[in-house]
Design a protein around this ligand. Structure first.
Ligand code: NAI
Ligand code: MG
Length: 356
């Protein structure tokens, strides 16, 4: 089976880790003996495109992407373009334009990687952050220049939008995911004591949906307490579902606790399959290390594994994940996780371990 994939490396280390991921995925496809193949189309969108055209992606960019089976994305952001322009001009445009309302971000602990959490008792840690990806704090609702009030200077308003439908679909998604895991538990995160409209609606929907899943354990935790819990009682977590902003923050925390932001993978899913889904590392374009050949490719490569799963290739996804685990366990890793290997050396080591 041939799968048509759009690669959008975009900016900074995004270009390095997407190239790395493509090499590993192609090697895996080659070894599949024709079981599957990936047809890549690379799109040169991002901050350079912006410098040339004034747009992060062409006007008809979504039309171009629509025909693909999946999108393999790097990262946006470069000091020459304001961050809100690059993010809204490309990544958020795709997520929202294709109704990729479920952002799945596994927090994976790898053998051989030192985590600030893992103590001598070697408790198995493994949880997943499910992020509402279509509305909430990133609904883009608000404005500037509401006028100055006495003593305030300019006033800007940034509102969060929560719809019952939006809350219900992401919460159901989290419960369905929990049922597939060894511990069927969903932790719902809000700040509904302080934000008394949208987040209270979320809590109400959570309670209603939970009633349909009596077999799944639940808890509701305020986001400040949850950030402490990530550090202090992570063994108590399985699926953590939260709003767009809160889950964004919690997933960076989770990946740092697992050892590095460079390890974390994610899937932006349109679960109905009406539009292509997008797979990308959690990290950004890392201008501080871009161009040096030292970016950790694991987050992007594992995002490739999530893409394979989505394409109906769970066996290939497992093979890829196992090769990544063995590589790290063998001590081949980039400097963000304490190693000395370059991006290329990690890629070669993973490819060499694809055979089992
Ligand atoms: P960042 O994730 O790019 O970097 C944060 C820290 O993690 C840096 O010290 C960086 O060197 C390190 N890091 C990130 N990826 C790494 C990797 N693969 N290997 C080793 N170390 C890695 O976040 P930052 O610095 O806040 O943002 C940089 C740019 O990226 C900004 O323009 C921001 O808007 C953008 N950004 C884009 C995202 C996306 O496209 N999904 C997500 C987050 C930020
Ligand atoms: Mg983030």
């Amino acid at each position: 089976v041939r799968h048509r994939i759009a690669a959008v490396p975009a900016d900074g280390v995004g270009t390095e880790v997407v190239a790395a991921g493509r090499r590993v995925l192609d090697a895996l496809a080659e070894r599949s003996g024709g079981a599957f193949a990936l047809d890549w189309t690379e799109l040169d969108w991002g901050s350079d495109h912006y410098a040339r055209t004034g747009l992060m992606m062409p006007e008809d960019g979504l039309e171009t992407l629509r025909g693909f089976d999946a999108i393999y994305f790097g990262a946006v952001g470069w000091p020459t373009v304001p961050d809100h322009v690059s993010l809204w001009g490309l990544r958020l445009k795709v997520c929202q334009g294709f109704d990729q309302w479920a952002n799945v971000r596994p927090v994976t602990f790898y053998p051989g990687v030192t985590s600030p959490l893992r103590k001598a008792d070697d408790t198995e840690l493994d949880w997943v952050v499910v992020r509402e990806n279509s509305e909430g704090e990133y609904a883009g609702f608000g404005g500037q220049n509401f006028g100055a009030r006495e003593g305030t200077g300019q006033v800007a308003v940034q509102s969060a939008v929560f719809t019952e439908t939006g809350c219900e679909r992401i919460i159901r998604f989290a419960f369905d995911l929990a049922r597939t895991r060894s511990r069927a538990k969903v932790s719902s995160v809000t700040k509904s004591n302080a934000q008394q409209y949208g987040m209270v609606l979320w809590d109400q929907v959570f309670a209603a949906v939970a009633a349909d899943y009596p077999d799944v354990e639940t808890e509701s935790v305020l986001v400040d307490a949850m950030s402490a819990k990530f550090v202090l009682r992570p063994e108590d977590l399985s699926v953590v579902v939260a709003s767009n902003l809160q889950a964004d923050i919690l997933s960076d925390l989770g990946s740092a606790l697992a050892g590095s932001l460079g390890l974390a993978s994610s899937a932006n899913l349109n679960p109905e399959g009406r539009f292509p889904s997008m797979f990308e590392p959690v990290h950004g374009s890392a201008p501080d290390i871009a161009g040096q050949g030292v970016a950790n490719p694991v987050g992007a490569i594992e995002s490739g594994a999530l893409m394979l799963e989505h394409l109906g290739l769970p066996e290939a996804a497992r093979t890829l994940h196992a090769a990544v685990e063995r590589t790290l366990a063998d001590g081949v890793m980039t400097r963000d996780v304490g190693g000395t290997a370059s991006t290329d050396e990690v890629v070669e080591a993973i490819v060499a371990r694809l055979g089992g």
